[in-house]
Structure formats: structure tokens, C-alpha cells
Design a protein around this ligand. Structure first.
Ligand code: SAJ
Length: 407
């Protein structure tokens, strides 16, 4: 039996996927409400294909509880935030989970860490927790790192098809865990050592952050000299070895905007491009605010309450608001004392989370003259006509209406 610890964005789909493929799974989370929701037959976030996967897993006998189980294999997928001051990883959730596993696990058990961790975290934080409990690693407890790679919005497909990395101290244990993941994963599964697996995962997200930063920097350069960044990217990408990403209002989510900081925090003086990329991406929400101010001036518009932000999530067609550029813009406006009056709307966010939040697209559009498109949800793509006659700033290149402003 596999005990999956942490039933969030990664742990839940992973647990469901294993259970749907014939593995006996118990999912554990310390959040009683979350466990109650799952036990009531409901999923806890929106994701394409998740409800169907959930049903399959329930039919296959998956269980959800707040209790840690006595078993031979644990998969830990709890959050790994970073400390905003030191920029280093905050391993408190991983530590707490491993500590709790140690209280119940029998000798011979394997502990798999799925959470993203910076290189050396398992040596520095996880091994001591295991040893403090009197276990000898490699003899009493086996340690594995199997970082996840799935993208919100396409998690179910990517769980099935992406290649994966397994880091283990012991090749045979690595192979055993590889076989467990191969119960559902059709991609290639590479077995390596733990530190290489830790670094690889962080490097993947850093690669993307740097590439998005390049696109964002181009947007700023082009804006300063009246060039069309999208046309330039479109043409440059016709080169066989060029593939520039898309500029946007900033980088959100719990991965790409977080993981590169681990390298900055752990390798000061060495992680230079990485730090520059982080700063560029973090500057984008303020760049959009500046664009808004200029467009308002150009249109002789002074009433901020007639401006509407479309989109609160960090990207399209997900309900995840972590590190979202829109939230960063609202916080920045608040700091500069001009906040609290823009209207905000996102079809995925049903609860009130910010001031002046609206819950109906038509009402939202009626209440504003200037719409800032911050997230390219399908909903707005299918309703573009409704933006006719409005001032539109499109930060995602989704609107082709005449007169649309871009980044
Ligand atoms: N973004 C842009 N321009 C682009 C692409 C993205 O501005 O051209 C923005 C998005 O709008 C979003 C942010 O960047 O705010 C990140 O979005 P994303 O879709 O690129 O990635 P995430 O954060 O949803 O998921 C990433 C993925 N990593 C990589 O693509 C290398 C995913 O595979 C990882 O599993 C995930 O991080 C994770 O958990 O680490």
C-alpha cells in the first residue's frame, strides 16, 4: 500500500492516478476539511479530467484520511515555499511530514519526496530527521526523490505522458520506485542520484523563467522604441533555432516564480542571469500599471473605478491564484494609495478575495470603460465581441479587436 502525504495540486492527482492503475492507495492530509470534502465525493480544485480520474480512483478503493498509515512506501508531496528574505527554501512542511512518517513507519520503508526541493535539501533537512529517529538510511529507511513535472491545466495528460526523474541512494530502490511510477507513467523514467534529481527539477523551472524574462524584456525594449514585440517574435521564431516565448503581465504560480530563488539563495554571486530574470519577471506587474496610467492619460480618462481587471489567476483556465500577477498589481496599487477602486473579475474565482470583485461577466463589462486582459481564460476568448467599444489593454495577445493596446 502507498501512503500519499499531502493531497494538494500534486499529491491528489498522483494518488488518484496510482489508485486508478491498480495500486492500493491511502491519501493523508492534515487538513480535516479537505479530507472531509474528498470523502464526501468532491474534488478540491478544478482541473481538466480530474473529476473523472477521482471517480475511477474512488471505484478502485482509494481512501482519504488525516492519519499517517503503517506501510512500506510513502510519497510526500507537500508545499515547499521560499523564505522571502533569505530566498532559501523553507523546508518546514517537508520536515514536518517526514517527522510524522517516522512516528509510524516500519523498518524497511521507502520515503519518496515528490515536493520540489533545492539541491542539497534532502541531505541538509530530510536525512537528519530520519537519523534523529534512530533509523539508518539505506538500511532501515530508503530515501528517494521523484520530483513532479506536471503543468496545471493539463495535469492528467502530463501525469500519464511526461518523462520523469527518480533520484535514489540505491539503484535497486530507484528501480523499484521507477516500477511503481511506471504503473501509470508512459514516459521515460530516468534513475539517478538524489542531488542530481533535486537540481534537475529546479533547473527545468529556471530555464523557463529565464526564457519568459527574455520575452518580457523584449516587450519593454520594443515599447520604449515603438516596435511591435509580437511581430518581431513571430518573425524571429521562423529561424530554425529560435523559439522565443510570449511576454505577459508577469510570472505567477507556485513553481516558476519560486524555484529560481532557491538557486539565487544558495549560490550567491553565481546565479546572475537567474537573478536578473527573476527581477525582470517580478517587474512586469508594475510595467502593466504604468501602461494603464499612460493609456488612461491618452484617453483623457481619470476615474480608476471605471477600469476593470479581467483575470485573477496566475494563468488561463486554472483556479490557482498563487503569486498571480493580478494580485501583485492590486497590492502595488494599494501601496501607492490608488487601489481599492478598480473592478476585478475572474470566472474561476467564485469567492470574494479582493475589493470590488464582480461575479458576472456582463455586469463587470457594464461597470467599466477600460478592460485590462490579464489572463486568457477561454471564457473571454469566446466573448471577445463584448469588448467592442471599450478601451482594451491586452497583456496576453488574445484580442484582435481594432485599437487594442498591447504590452
Ligand atoms: N508565462 C508567460 N509567458 C509564456 C509562458 C508562461 O508569461 O510564454 C507565464 C504564465 O502566464 C504563468 C507563468 O508564466 O504566470 C508560469 O506558467 P507556466 O504555464 O509556464 O508553468 P506552471 O508554473 O504552470 O508550471 C511549471 C511547469 N514547468 C515548466 O514548464 C518547466 C510544469 O511542468 C511544472 O511541473 C510546474 O511548473 C511545477 O510544479 O514545477
Amino acid at each position: 500500500m502507498i501512503n500519499v502525504i499531502g493531497l494538494g495540486y500534486i499529491g491528489l492527482p498522483t494518488a488518484l492516478m496510482m489508485a486508478s492503475h491498480g495500486v492500493e492507495v491511502v491519501g493523508t492530509d492534515y487538513n480535516k476539511e479537505l479530507v472531509a470534502t474528498l470523502n464526501a465525493g468532491k474534488t478540491t480544485f478544478e482541473e481538466k479530467g480530474l473529476d473523472e480520474l477521482f471517480q475511477n480512483a474512488v471505484n478502485a478503493g482509494i481512501k482519504f484520511t488525516t492519519e499517517y498509515q503503517v506501510t512500506d512506501t510513502y510519497i510526500v508531496s507537500v508545499p515547499t515555499p521560499y523564505d522571502k528574505d533569505s530566498k532559501k527554501i523553507d523546508a518546514c512542511y517537508v520536515n514536518a511530514a517526514v517527522k510524522d512518517v517516522m512516528k509510524v513507519c516500519p523498518k524497511g520503508a521507502t520515503v519518496v519526496i515528490e515536493s520540489t526541493v533545492s539541491p542539497g535539501t534532502i541531505d541538509k533537512f530530510v536525512r537528519p530527521v530520519i537519523e534523529e529517529n534512530g533509523f539508518v538510511i539505506g538500511k532501515d529507511i530508503n530515501l528517494v526523490h521523484a520530483p513532479e513535472r506536471i503543468i496545471p491545466g493539463n495535469m492528467v495528460y502530463e501525469l500519464l505522458h511526461n518523462n520523469r526523474t527518480i533520484g535514489a541512494d540505491d539503484k535497486a530502490i530507484g528501480e523499484k520506485i521507477k516500477n511503481l511510477y511506471a504503473s501509470f507513467c508512459q514516459g521515460e523514467i530516468v534513475v539517478t542520484d538524489i542531488k542530481t534529481a533535486e537540481m534537475t527539477k529546479v533547473v527545468e523551472n529556471t530555464f523557463r523563467d529565464i526564457n519568459i524574462a527574455f520575452a518580457n524584456e523584449l516587450a519593454k525594449i520594443c515599447r520604449s522604441d515603438n516596435m511591435d514585440v509580437y511581430e518581431i517574435i513571430r518573425i524571429a521564431n521562423k529561424h530554425p533555432r529560435v523559439n522565443i516565448l510570449t511576454p505577459g503581465p508577469g510570472v505567477g504560480g507556485h513553481c516558476i516564480s519560486v524555484d529560481p530563488w532557491f538557486l539565487v539563495g544558495d549560490y550567491p554571486g553565481l546565479a546572475n542571469i537567474i537573478l536578473a530574470a527573476r527581477k525582470i519577471n517580478d517587474s512586469m506587474p508594475d510595467f502593466v500599471l504604468e501602461r494603464i496610467a499612460n493609456i488612461m492619460k491618452e484617453n483623457n480618462m481619470t476615474d480608476v473605478s471605471r477600469v476593470g481587471f479581467y483575470g485573477l489567476t496566475y494563468k488561463e483556465n486554472v483556479d490557482d491564484m498563487r503569486e498571480s500577477p493580478t494580485l501583485q498589481m492590486l497590492a502595488s496599487m494599494e501601496r501607492h494609495l490608488c487601489g481599492n477602486s478598480v473592478k476585478v473579475y475572474d470566472p474561476y474565482i467564485k469567492k470574494d478575495v479582493v475589493p470590488n470583485q464582480m461575479h458576472d461577466l456582463d455586469e463587470f463589462l457594464n461597470a467599466v470603460d477600460f478592460v485590462v486582459l490579464l489572463v486568457g481564460h477561454n471564457e473571454i476568448k469566446e466573448n471577445m465581441d463584448k469588448l467592442k467599444g471599450k478601451i482594451v489593454l491586452d497583456t496576453r495577445k488574445i484580442c484582435d479587436l481594432e485599437g487594442t493596446y498591447r504590452l
